[in-house]
Design a binder for this molecule. Structure first.
Ligand SMILES: [Zn+2]
Length: 461
């Protein structure tokens, strides 16, 4: 008798409000769709084997021959996947080249003569002469410390040695706390008359792999060469300087800034069956650094975006809205690919409902960041339960990504967020190779992205 009242109440509510049963049915349908996406992605591992093909081409530095080969591969692969439209969008990109010679050697010392340090030029750096730059070294921990050196910095190599703060829970915060040395160190040291900078690699893994990345000069500032040094050798140099402050280092870099060159964004789409003019972008950046093959950053993210559309084809899903995969060129240096895409959208009157980016590595799914007004955020958050079979635990307000973040007028910009604890082990280094990617982690992320794209397409915002 005690149970009868709530059951009766529920029945009355259902009879008076048929929408509830409908939406419960709908939720069950959507949950089984999520299960189906997970099972198909995990079983087939199609994206994982695409990534293997992509990585076999080699790294995809903007403007490089490899990057053009990779663009041709992506275009061909999209065409084979049977989408409605595939095209290349021309864009001018930076054309920095590393060159073969990279050496930092202790060239005057009573104890460490001829010791070689593991280094790599930073992206965008000028090179040295063939003979190299020979100078003594001053260690600092911050840009402000460079400013305060004034005259003392003249003719010296500045060694920026602030560590990646391992005590922080979120490695993105640790990265953010150290990366200004890499991006701005050379510009600041050039101001006070230094001749080169060496920067401790920004990474969470204690090894000797140099982690490169972009650096920027000031508009009319002095341009001095900049290289990064592996963590083990950074610690070695720091202790060697304590023992022998006047030791000298010779730095040789053959990198070169060449004139901008032609490249392409790769774009493909499946047209919406009901609202084809409403576009949902899913994408990543197709350029990479050149020390590994950009498997996590961001080959894997691009492959996930491609596989979202491929999963729709494999499962005969006909989305209501247009799903467009965009592989943006040149995120790592100047984001010219994203700018080109957006300029074209503006001139062609393209209307985005939403845009999603995967550029935080292809690791175990955690959540989605959403950049949207609060009502839209609440609507997307209401889908979190449906996304659970794909491993998504949360949906929060947060930044989307460097490329899709530039798309204005979309109702929601989304960033796929996998677990970040190991990401900076690989990031921008020789560690970022195909073997560092786990198929289950990559494919679960693909399923999560596909399910959220499906919800956006079917439910709208
Ligand atoms: Zn990236």
């Amino acid at each position: 008798v005690r149970c009868a009242v709530p059951i009766l109440f529920t029945l009355v509510v259902i009879i008076l409000n048929p929408d509830i049963t409908l939406s419960q049915d709908n939720n069950m349908l959507l949950s089984s769709r999520a299960e189906q996406l997970v099972q198909t992605a995990l079983r087939d591992q199609k994206g994982y084997f695409w990534l293997k093909e992509l990585c076999a081409i080699g790294p995809r530095l903007s403007g490089s021959q490899n990057s053009l080969q990779a663009i041709a591969w992506a275009e061909k692969t999209m065409r084979h996947s049977g989408w409605d439209r595939v095209w290349l969008q021309q864009v001018m990109v930076p054309n920095w080249k590393r060159g073969l010679r990279e050496q930092a050697m202790i060239s005057r010392s009573s104890f460490f003569l001829k010791k070689q340090l593991a280094i790599a030029a930073l992206g965008g750096s000028v090179g040295t002469s063939a003979a190299g730059i020979c100078a003594s070294v001053i260690e600092v921990k911050s840009l402000a410390e460079i400013d305060s050196l004034k005259e003392k910095a003249k003719g010296k190599i500045i060694f920026l040695n602030r560590s990646f703060d391992r005590s922080k829970f979120n490695p993105n915060d640790s990265y953010g706390g150290a990366v200004d040395q890499r991006t701005r160190g050379a510009a600041r040291a050039g101001r006070v008359g230094a001749v080169a900078v060496l920067v401790r690699s920004v990474t969470s893994k204690y090894d000797n792999a140099p982690h490169t990345g972009v650096m920027y000069y000031e508009e009319n500032g002095t341009r001095i060469p900049a290289a990064t040094v592996g963590q083990i050798d950074a610690d070695f140099l720091s202790s060697a300087l304590l023992q022998e402050p006047n030791l000298e280092l010779t730095l040789r870099l053959s990198c070169k800034i060449n004139p901008d060159t032609i490249s392409y964004n790769v774009i493909g789409e499946i047209a919406g069956s009901e609202f084809p003019e409403e576009i949902i972008v899913v994408g990543g950046h197709f350029d990479s650094w050149d020390l590994g093959c950009g498997a996590h950053d961001d080959g894997g993210g691009c492959i996930q975006a491609m596989e979202v559309l491929d999963l729709f084809r494999r499962l005969a899903i006909k989305p209501k809205r247009t799903i467009r995969c965009v592989l943006f060129m040149d995120e790592e240096q100047h984001q010219t690919g994203a700018e080109r895409y957006i300029a074209w959208c503006d001139s062609a009157g393209q209307k985005h409902l939403a845009a999603m980016e995967s550029d935080r590595g292809v690791l175990t799914p955690r959540g989605f960041n959403v950049d949207a007004d609060s009502l839209v955020l609440i609507k997307i958050q209401s889908w979190q339960k449906i996304l659970e079979p794909t491993g998504i635990d949360w949906i929060r307000a947060g930044g989307s990504g460097a490329d899709v973040g530039k798309i204005k007028g979309a109702k929601a910009l989304l960033g796929y967020v996998p677990d970040s604890q190991r990401y900076y082990d690989f990031h921008h280094s020789a560690n970022d190779v195909f073997e560092a990617v786990h198929p289950r982690e990559l494919e679960l992320g693909t399923a999560a992205m596909a399910m959220l794209v499906f919800l956006l397409s079917e439910e709208g915002l």
